[in-house]
Design a protein around this ligand. Structure first.
Ligand SMILES: Nc1ncnc2c1ncn2[C@@H]1O[C@H](COP(=O)(O)OP(=O)(O)OP(=O)(O)O)[C@@H](O)[C@H]1O
Length: 392
C-alpha cells in the first residue's frame, strides 16, 4: 500500500513505483455543512486532477468554497459535514482511509500552509523544535536528529540558523510564514496546499514567500494547490487556474488563458479587477464586480451567477450549466460558451458570444493583444509584482 505507516519514510509512493496515476484526483466532490441555518452546500460537484510538479491556483470571492476544498483533501472538515465524490491522493481514496493511514498522509503525503502563522505556531516552543515535531512523529528518529533536519529546512526557506532557537513572537510575519513552509516541507510531501499563505504579508515579503514556494515546488517536483483571492498572484505562481463561484468551478484552464482571456463572465470580471504590468488600460481602469455572491443556503436557480451577470440570458435563470470544453485543456461553465474542442486555441470572448457591445469589443481587442503577447512571452510575464527572492 502506498501509505503504509510502517515503512521507514512512512510510505512508498506510486510515483516512486513508476505509476502514471494522477497524484491528486478530485472527482465530483460535493460538501455540505450542517449548521443552525440548515444545510450549507459549500462545494458542489467539483473535479480536477494534478500530476507531480503541477500547480493549480484556486480563486474566487470569499465564501465560494476554496478553503472547504483544501480542508477536504486532508479530511480536516468538521465532524458531521456531508462529503460525497472521491478524493484520490496517490491512488488512495482519502475519504475512505483509516485514521492510521490518514495520520501518515497528513504531513508526509500532503501538507497545508494556512494564513496567519502566528495562530498555527505554538507560542511557547522554539521554532526548530516545532519544525522537528512532525519529523520525529513520522520518521521515528531522535529529537536531536530531527532538529538538525529542521535547521537545514530553515536554511532552505531562507531563515538564518540562529533563528532556530527563537520563539514565534520573536520573528516577523514573513519569517513565521517561512517557518510554516519549512514545517510543511518537513516530511517531504508530494502535495502542498497553500491557503491564503501570503495574504497577510506586505507586498515585498509576499513576493519573497511566493518566490520561495515556486522555487521549492519546482526543485522538489511537488504538486501545489494555491488558494487566494488574488488572481494575479495565482496566475504568476501557478500553471493552471480554477475559478470557483458559489461552490462550483466556473472556469479551469492554463493560467495565462484564464487570467488573460477568461471565457466565463465571472472569471472575466475577476481577472479584470487585477492590473497587468505593461497594460496601462487595465492599470488605469481596474473594474469591480457589482453585487454580492449568493447565500449558499438560498442559491439562485439556473446559473448561480446570473443575477450579477452582465450578459445573462433568459435561459440562464433556469438552466444549470456544467463545465464545457473551450479547448482540450480549458473549460468554462457558461451557456454562451460554444464548445469547440476540435478547433485550435485562442477563442476570444466575442467569438464565443460571451460579451457583446463596445466594452466587450474593447476588452476583446485587449485580450487578443495579450494573447499575442503571452504567446511570445509565456505565462511568467503576467506577473504584477517582483517575485525574485534576490530582488527583495
Ligand atoms: N464549519 C462551517 N459550518 C457551516 N458553514 C461553513 C463552515 N465553514 C464554512 N462554511 C460556509 O461554507 C461556505 C464556503 O466557505 P469557505 O471557507 O470554504 O469559503 P472560501 O472561499 O475559502 O472563503 P474565504 O476566502 O473567505 O476563506 C461559506 O458560505 C461558509 O460560510
Amino acid at each position: 500500500m502506498p501509505w503504509s505507516p510502517s515503512s521507514t519514510r512512512g510510505f512508498v509512493t506510486t510515483h516512486e513505483r513508476g505509476s502514471v496515476t494522477p497524484l491528486l484526483e478530485i472527482d465530483d466532490l460535493t460538501i455540505t455543512y450542517r449548521s443552525a441555518r440548515g444545510e450549507i452546500p459549500a462545494v458542489r460537484g467539483i473535479s480536477f486532477g494534478l500530476q507531480p510538479g503541477d500547480s493549480l491556483g484556486l480563486a474566487g470571492e470569499s465564501g465560494c468554497g476554496k478553503s472547504t476544498v483544501a480542508a477536504a483533501v486532508l479530511r480536516l472538515l468538521p465532524r458531521g459535514t456531508q462529503v460525497s465524490g472521491r478524493i484520490m491522493l496517490d491512488g488512495e481514496d482519502v475519504l475512505k482511509m483509516s485514521f492510521g493511514t490518514l495520520r501518515v498522509v497528513r504531513w508526509a503525503g500532503a501538507s497545508i500552509v494556512f494564513q496567519g502563522a502566528m495562530h498555527s505556531l505554538n507560542p511557547v516552543q522554539r521554532v526548530a523544535r516545532q519544525i522537528a515535531e512532525p519529523i520525529v512523529l513520522h520518521e521515528h528518529i531522535s529529537a536531536s536528529a530531527a532538529e538538525e533536519r529542521a535547521v537545514e529546512l530553515m536554511t532552505q526557506v531562507g531563515l538564518p540558523t540562529w533563528r532556530a532557537r527563537s520563539y514565534p513572537h520573536q520573528l516577523s510575519g514573513g519569517q513565521r510564514q517561512r517557518v510554516m513552509i519549512a514545517m510543511a516541507l518537513a516530511c517531504s510531501p508530494q502535495l502542498i496546499i497553500a491557503d491564503e499563505a501570503t495574504t497577510a504579508l506586505d507586498v515585498m515579503i509576499q513576493a519573497q514567500v511566493l518566490a520561495l514556494i515556486k522555487r521549492l515546488v519546482a526543485e522538489r517536483d511537488i504538486a501545489l494547490v494555491m488558494i487566494s483571492h488574488d488572481l494575479s498572484v495565482l496566475a504568476d505562481t501557478c500553471d493552471q487556474l480554477a475559478v470557483m463561484y458559489a461552490g462550483k468551478l466556473v472556469e479551469h484552464g492554463p493560467s495565462h488563458e484564464v487570467f488573460g482571456n477568461a471565457q466565463h463572465p465571472y472569471a472575466q470580471a475577476l481577472s479584470a479587477a487585477f492590473p497587468i504590468v505593461g497594460d496601462p488600460d487595465e492599470r488605469r481602469n481596474p473594474q469591480g464586480l457589482a453585487g454580492d455572491p449568493p447565500d449558499p443556503a438560498a442559491l439562485p436557480t439556473g446559473c448561480s451567477f446570473h443575477p450579477r451577470c452582465p450578459v445573462a440570458m433568459d435561459e440562464c435563470t433556469s438552466t444549470t450549466v456544467e463545465l464545457r470544453a473551450v479547448r482540450h485543456d480549458w473549460q468554462a461553465a457558461c451557456l454562451r460558451v460554444e464548445a469547440e474542442p476540435t478547433q485550435p486555441p485562442a477563442a476570444t470572448p466575442s467569438a464565443l458570444g460571451v460579451a457583446a457591445g463596445p466594452d466587450a469589443r474593447e476588452r476583446d481587442a485587449r485580450a487578443q493583444e495579450r494573447d499575442a503577447g503571452s504567446q511570445e512571452r509565456g505565462a511568467g510575464d503576467l506577473r504584477v509584482r517582483a517575485t525574485s527572492e534576490d530582488d527583495t
